[in-house]
Design a binder for this molecule. Sequence first.
Ligand SMILES: [Zn+2]
Ligand SMILES: [Zn+2]
Length: 245
Amino acid sequence: MLKIFNCDLHIHTCLSPCGDLDMYPRALVEKSLERGLHVIAICDHNSSENVQYVIKAARRKPLIILPGMEITTREEVHLLALFDRLDELQVLQEIVYSNLSGKNDEDVFGCQAIVNEMGEVEGFNERLLIGATDLSLKGLVEDIHRLGGLAIAAHIDREGFSVISQLGFIPEDIKFDALEISARLEIEEAREKYPQLLSYPFLKSSDAHFLRDIGGAFTKFFLEEGTTTEIKMAFAKKGGRYIME
Ligand SMILES: [Zn+2]
Ligand SMILES: [Zn+2]
């Protein structure tokens, strides 16, 4: 049966250097439920070690967790990769790590905590997660598709780290599944602001780095299940699935 799914498909955890320490798995699951969300995607910068713990924290709760990542490409564009399965994301993680250099400086960028479903610190990621990978936007979108994921251009209306801010336009040969707008804009406004992008599906997410921001923006999908396959059908307006703009 098709029904409405409130989806916030871009949420950070305390693993992102800029993510608040209060964004540990159990807390963000509780906040998502409180905000009436049905599906969330965990998208830390260039990393995914907390995804498994968010999935565990949401076990037996009416909240679906999509494994994801927000990757910084060579062009300094933020790209969201969303999957249904953790093993698909883990293959992408290996590609990302082998193309990411540098060490984090906690005092400058913030700490990168790996926290389990019980709220216990498992360790700290020492890589420079805030840095850019050596992966090209085009190649990365192709890698994500090859692994069965969705590739979504993050916060295209933002003045930094968006495909429009970095490249000035959206290249036609890069096959984004959808474009994300930030909490500052409504989809209707984005449609007016970017008339050249009418053919793309738009979605809206919170990009939450703090608990209070979770669900501050989200997308209503009409789906049968909260999976990337169903979301993809909604992007294509197939089988009665669609985005409720
Ligand atoms: Zn971003
Ligand atoms: Zn983000």
